[in-house]
Design a protein around this ligand. Structure first.
Ligand code: SF4
Length: 324
């Protein structure tokens, strides 16, 4: 059951400089993450969903300070991560781990899977060989792999098994929070379900908290207790998953959801086809970033950027339709 906030993100921004000309001067910014705020409570899964390029992966990496934020605050377990030295942040990463879309790219092909999984232990004070083996074998088993498979190399595994290795590697230090960035997007649908089920089992067994990033609304619905929808670097809607999928408030969320099949084959939902492409984050529209594509656009939308409005409970939406 979700309780205290484990992660608090406040007004987080990540702007990338655009440089041009002979002197390579700054000519503009790509606003990849533009002032997002949310919390993730202990034991819950917050899903972050949005189209490719909406800034969700940059947000995940910025939270973990794999990329330094432009501004904003990230509190983990009440600690302001920006105030930690490089060494303190390295130690803190024991509690916050990341699972990537393509684990193969980050698995050293010259190491056995057991060595890959146990690689981080010595840096965190576990140097006894027997203890390393014990922890690695225990973690392999948790992830549905055997000690014998631990003696093999990454290229000997299928995509789904490699993602199990990636998950085992993220769990070896027994973190509290996992940031999973498109962890099943590269897998076949049947394998996706196995990995999602594994993540849910691990959450229950180890009391994990997840920030789960994906472009896939069906995957997000399956695993998340709450969902945040991102568009062009900003959160446009966030709330309980059931509520958001049943009654989406933001026109962008309504359009996204209208494209996925309903669980009830007899139920009907009107498909909203969005016109045009996502604008460039280097040159976002004035006012609401969704206004050039929004079927419900009003004059005010083209001038004023809508702030988040609190709906019932902790449900929030950023749209002028809900401003008084
Ligand atoms: Fe559409 Fe206006 Fe709401 Fe933006 S603020 S989503 S343009 S209605």
């Amino acid at each position: 059951m979700a309780q205290e906030p484990l992660l608090e993100v406040k007004n987080l921004k990540k702007y990338f400089e655009i440089r041009g000309g002979l002197l390579k001067q700054v000519t503009g910014y790509v606003k990849a993450v533009d002032d997002i705020s949310f919390t993730v409570r202990c034991g819950e899964t917050l899903g972050i969903v949005g189209e490719s390029g909406c800034g969700k992966s940059t947000a995940g990496r910025t939270i973990l300070r794999l990329i330094e934020p432009t501004s904003g605050k990230v509190y983990f377990d009440g600690v302001d991560l920006a105030k930690l030295s490089r060494e303190e942040m390295r130690r803190k990463r024991k509690d916050i781990q990341m699972v990537f879309q393509d684990p193969y790219a980050s698995l050293n092909p010259r190491l056995t899977v057991a060595d890959i999984i146990g690689e981080a232990l010595p840096a965190h004070g576990v140097t006894d060989r027997q203890e390393i083996n014990r922890r690695v074998n225990e973690t392999l088993e948790l992830c549905g792999l055997t000690a014998e498979q631990g003696r093999r190399y990454p290229h000997e595994f299928s995509g789904g098994q490699r993602q199990r290795v990636g998950i085992a590697r993220s769990l070896i230090l027994r973190p509290k929070l996992i940031i999973a960035d498109e962890p099943v997007s590269a897998l076949d649908v049947s394998i996706q379900a196995q990995i999602i089920n594994l993540l849910q089992d691990l959450q229950e067994q180890l009391g994990l908290t997840y920030l789960f990033i994906s472009h896939d609304l069906s995957v997000i619905r399956h695993i998340s207790s709450r969902v945040g929808v991102m568009y062009l670097g900003r959160l446009v809607e966030i709330g309980a998953a059931e509520d958001l999928y049943e009654t989406p408030r933001h026109p962008y969320t309504q359009a996204l959801l209208s494209a996925i099949p309903l669980a009830d084959p007899l139920a009907k939902r009107e498909r909203v086809v969005l016109q045009g492409d996502v604008p460039s984050p280097a040159n976002p529209p004035q006012g609401c970033a969704f206004s050039p594509r929004c079927p419900k656009v009003m004059d005010v939308c083209k001038v004023n950027r809508p702030e988040m409005v609190q709906m019932s409970g902790s449900y929030q939406v950023a749209c002028h339709l809900y401003h008084n």
